[in-house]
Ligand binder design. Structure first.
Ligand code: SF4
Length: 490
């Protein structure tokens, strides 16, 4: 009897396609106060956060009461070199890597943004998406504000500029109180670094310190590790942290009884070396529980950049073949279980199934380590509109047929919440449940079209664990029985 091999795939979101095949994080932010190498450390931290955004990068530093800015389109290594970093003196800096959704991907939308106002200058780097952006912008424009970008972050600068609160950082607090949706932001002024996280805490933001006392904020702890800053704690949902020569001061934006951190940060985006749950890679967990061999059936190329030259003649599955190479020696003649993190539109999964079958696999069984995605995200994750999400249109069995696998199963939502235990109420699951913690107003994507309409298929819980669609093929009488043996929990 052939042993089943579990193959993990985790494609990097390096495509320029504006309608993603996989959910994509939009941004990463970093802020450093009190280190003579601030901009260089920012640069290194942005490298560590590169997986959170590849379309643009920027750093703003402060020196002699002036803000200095370098931004550019492309990867961190494309934007910065020695001479660019030399243009960023000072002992405090903020940085940003971005992927675009709110706002087109053009140079003037690359952050951090810098604005001058009556009493000085301010720089801002934002991770998240403001759901009331359009109504705020319309109101500001009615009152004479002129916008330079199509980014929602620019409204924050306008709200700070029109605030009359004193001292200055209270303007930031006042502006943030008008914002709805997701924001983890760092601000830089002539003498302060300010970090803010929205009251729901949709997007992450952590705080650390270097041995020389420099304070560091970053989207993920992997950025702290790279620049040898010790992790201290999260910036709490609804917290404003002001750092200046007098130290760190914490203010509360507005208390919120139940935070709603993005569950996707934990199950998909964050690098395994970042502090999140410390759980095992899904494919390893599956293989261990199922008692089957885990083997790398697909090898991912780490050298595929964002742009490549397409052949003039159509080669089937060109893009996927470029990123993933099947290992024929592992796959040939085997019944293969592929463990993947999500299915968005189904196109990538169908190509992976075909690739593995073409490499000689007898059967391909897909297991998805998250529930079906039925709703679009409005809080800073780049998912397609609800109509494009395959789980919003098809049952599990229809999706299985579409991707061409021999069976397909998703992790049900209640199993995911069970895994999280008592922490489960503190997460946002809107893209799986259609229940949005903050309803968007004047939104970019449509909302309300993502409510579960029964199309996600019969919820057939296997040992209370998997939502499954299984095809029993003629002549494969023992397949079903074998798959029954493989029903395991993550
Ligand atoms: S809708 Fe989904 S992707 Fe967006 S914040 Fe909520 S859990 Fe994360």
């Amino acid at each position: 009897m052939a042993a089943a091999a579990a193959a993990a795939t985790n494609l990097s979101p390096l495509s320029k396609n504006p309608s993603p095949k996989r959910p994509r994080e939009e941004c990463g932010v970093v802020g450093i106060y009190g280190d003579p190498e601030a901009s260089r450390l920012c640069y290194l931290a942005l490298h560590a956060l590169q997986h959170r955004g590849q379309e643009g990068a920027g750093i703003v530093s402060v020196h002699g009461g002036l803000l200095h800015s370098v931004t550019g389109v492309g990867l961190v290594s494309d934007v910065f070199n020695e001479s660019k970093l030399a243009q960023l003196p000072g002992d405090s800096a903020i940085g940003h890597v971005r992927y675009s959704t709110a706002g087109a991907s053009m140079l003037k939308n690359v952050q951090p943004f810098v604005a001058g106002y009556r009493f000085g200058s301010i720089g801002v780097a934002h991770n998240g998406n403001l759901v009331n952006y359009q109504s705020l912008r319309a109101h500001l424009e009615d009152n004479g504000s002129i916008f330079n970008t199509s980014s929602d972050t620019e409204v924050v600068l306008h709200l700070i500029a029109i605030s009359k609160a004193r001292p200055f950082f209270l303007r930031i607090v006042e502006a943030c109180e008008k914002l709805e949706g997701a924001y983890s932001m760092v601000f830089l002024t002539e003498d302060k670094l300010v970090a803010v996280r929205d009251p729901f805490g949709f997007r992450p933001l952590v705080m650390g310190r270097r041995s020389n006392g420099a304070v560091v904020f970053a989207s993920e702890t992997c950025a702290l590790d790279l620049i040898e800053a010790t992790y201290e704690r999260e910036v709490y949902p609804g917290e404003v942290l002001v750092v200046d020569k007098d130290g760190v001061q914490s203010l509360c934006l507005m208390p919120h009884p139940e935070p709603k951190s993005c569950i996707f940060e934990h199950i998909y985006f964050a690098l395994p070396n970042s502090v999140v749950f410390g759980r095992v890679v899904a494919a390893l967990g599956y293989a261990a529980k199922a008692g089957v061999a885990f083997q790398q059936g697909l090898i991912r190329s780490h050298y595929v950049g964002r742009t490549f030259i397409e052949p003039s003649q159509k080669i089937r599955d060109f893009g996927v073949k470029l990123k993933l190479s099947p290992v024929r020696a592992v796959l040939e003649g085997k019944r293969v279980v592929v463990v993947d993190d999500s299915i968005v539109r189904g196109t990538t999964s169908s190509k992976i199934v075909r690739l593995i079958k073409e490499a000689g696999a007898k059967e391909v069984h897909m297991r998805i380590a998250s529930p079906p995605i039925i709703g679009s995200c409005y809080y800073g994750v780049d998912t397609p509109s609800s109509e494009e999400l395959i789980s919003n249109r098809m049952s599990v069995e229809e999706i299985r047929e579409f991707i061409g696998s021999d069976s397909l199963a998703f992790l049900p939502l209640d199993s995911l919440t069970k895994l999280l235990g008592s922490d489960s109420p503190n997460f946002c699951y809107a893209c799986f449940s259609g229940k949005y913690p903050v309803e968007p107003t004047g939104k970019v994507k449509r909302v309300g079209d993502s409510v579960d309409d029964g199309l996600i298929g019969s919820i057939e819980s296997i040992d209370g664990v998997w939502v499954q669609g299984t095809r029993v093929q003629e002549g494969k009488g023992d397949s079903k029985q074998k798959m029954e043996e493989e029903k395991v929990s993550l």
